[in-house]
Design a protein around this ligand. Structure first.
Ligand code: SF4
Length: 90
């Protein structure tokens, strides 16, 4: 999937989600990150790979308990596993 051209949206630098403006995904249609199959998940993961805000994105999704989509290079299932591991280790 090729990146799309997007118009820059003003970002509140103090916002808790200001990091989103630095994500690789900003150049792709949002639907790319809400795939319906494993092939789509892999496609989204490739875009996330090397994203400068990957860590922030993943922690945000975990903290907010976001159930759908690929965030921080992880599918819903992977995020559930991470949360489960964290609960076990606490
Ligand atoms: S890690 Fe993936 S979903 Fe998160 S901001 Fe980067 S490209 Fe977007």
């Amino acid at each position: 999937m090729k990146p799309i051209s997007v118009t820059a949206i003003p970002v509140d630098a103090d916002s808790a989600t200001a990091w989103m403006s630095g994500g690789n995904c900003r150049n792709y249609p949002p639907a790319t990150f809400f795939p319906s199959d494993g092939v789509g998940v892999d496609r989204a993961r490739k875009i996330c790979n090397g994203c400068p805000v990957l860590g922030q994105c993943l922690e945000y999704a975990l903290d907010q308990r976001i159930e759908h989509g690929v965030w921080g290079g992880c599918s819903e299932r992977e995020r559930r596993r991470i949360l489960k591991r964290r609960r076990v280790s606490v």
